[in-house]
Write a protein that binds this ligand. Structure first.
Ligand code: FAD
Length: 383
């Protein structure tokens, strides 16, 4: 293995692998000159985890061995990135130091279950679930199958999250599951955020969905504590400061999230803790040899794999220009897509950009439910 690479990519998730793939396709001279540093032995298709939680997919369909997704013609080391020095252009792992000419930071974000009192020790028992950890998603469906009465409470934090509307997706599909079985179970949604959705058109439709399905929902309501054995979740009203106890049979936690803590003491992060890149070119605002995309980046759009797909070609073209000492001239408009499942097989397909105006790709009105005939929404396992 070399000590110096033209391009080093931190993270072999959606953004890291897709950027590596495209970079090598566009510039064959980069063969054997790209290094991916990824600590996991598996590549996870995280958007599929909520589908496991609602019984639409098997857990084994949500991952591949890392060596099967790393493009041929580049190196991968399975190590933990511990530090980055953007002035010396060095990355330190638990095993070695590597030098780069150009760096792509695709480290994703970090989950903070510790921010909720009692959450880490409660997960995986007494009906306390999460769809954000591989090891726990099967437990979600196990609980859903058993719950016959009481409340299924679904929480969403104040912070930015990956998979923007995954809590709502679980809520609506589970509601569908319960209604089809005529169980005496109430669905409850609590979000720490001040609105349901940032785009007016889809927000209005979502409010309609909650009302039509008679689901109890509340905004500005942040999960602060969990008592698993007592089956109580405590929420703080962010407007009044009051605490409310909500009893549950099942609680599905979406935890608070933040940017990569290993970069905390560098000038690579903005004050909010995200990798500080230009929203249009994806080049770092201070270090012009550094680019970032996806969940770790400061790009002001909803953090989705669908957004990463739009960002990759822009990042790669701009990086190749920088390698030729040219200024980046390709611009990302913030395009992202959030599929909001409103039941098994039905969804709102929200697509929009930085201007928060819809950018829909079909001739249909995508804010109105339509049946998506996609394998991922196959209902055969649950009906
Ligand atoms: C439950 C859930 C539901 C979702 N639903 C959807 C959806 O419906 N549609 C959609 O488009 N998107 C969805 N997403 C979001 C989507 O998965 C992410 O936006 C996307 O994966 C972001 O790609 P990324 O490369 O930025 O981060 P990731 O894909 O998370 O990759 C980051 C990689 O960096 C590695 N890493 C982190 N720190 C280190 C370190 N110190 N050293 C070495 N390696 C490190 C990690 O192991 C990981 O492999 C969902 C996500 C979740 C969890």
């Amino acid at each position: 293995m070399k000590r110096q690479y033209k391009v080093v990519i931190l993270g072999g998730g959606t953004g890291g692998i897709a950027s590596a793939n495209r970079l090598l396709k566009k510039d064959k001279s980069l063969k054997n000159d790209i290094l991916i540093i990824e600590r996991e032995s598996h590549h996870y298709f995280q958007p599929k985890w909520p589908l496991v939680g609602s019984g639409e997919m098997e857990l084994k369909e949500t991952w591949k061995a890392m060596e099967d997704v790393i493009p041929k013609g580049m190196d991968w080391i399975q190590e933990n990135v511990e530090q980055v020095d953007p002035i010396k252009r060095e990355v330190g792992t638990d095993e070695r130091t590597v030098q780069y000419d150009f760096l792509i930071i695709a480290l994703g974000l970090e989950l903070d279950y510790n921010a909720i009192k009692g959450a880490p020790e409660s997960l995986g028992k007494n009906g306390v679930c999460t769809n954000y950890l591989y090891d726990y998603v099967e437990y979600t469906f196990e609980c859903l199958q058993k719950v016959e009465e009481g409340k299924i409470v679904i929480s969403k934090p104040v912070s930015e999250i990956k998979g923007g509307v995954s809590a709502e997706n679980s809520l609506f599909t589970m509601n569908d599951y319960i209604r089809r079985r005529n169980r005496n179970v109430e669905l409850v949604f609590r979000s720490g955020r001040k609105e349901l959705f940032p785009v007016a058109k889809y927000n209005d439709n979502l409010i309609g969905q909650f009302n039509e399905k008679n689901i109890d929902y509340k905004l500005n309501s942040e999960l602060i504590s969990v008592d698993g054995e007592g089956k109580q979740a405590i929420f703080r009203d962010r407007l009044t400061g009051e605490h409310h106890e909500v009893p549950f049979e099942m609680l599905i936690i979406t935890p608070p999230m933040h940017g990569p803590s290993i970069l905390q003491d560098t000038e690579l992060l903005n004050p909010e803790g995200w990798v500080d890149v230009d929203p249009y070119t994806l080049m770092h605002n201070k270090y012009t040899t550094v680019f970032s995309l996806g969940d770790a980046s400061s790009l002001p759009t909803v953090k989705m794999g669908a957004a990463v797909k739009e960002q990759v070609p822009i990042l790669v073209d701009n990086l190749l220009q920088r390698m030729q000492d040219e200024a980046p001239s390709h611009y990302y408009d913030g395009k992202t897509a959030c599929p909001i499942a409103t039941g098994y097989g039905e969804l709102i397909m929200a697509e929009f950009g930085y201007d928060l105006l819809p950018k829909e790709t079909t001739f249909l009105d995508q804010s109105v439910d339509f049946i998506m005939n996609l394998a991922t929404f196959d209902t055969k396992n649950v009906m």
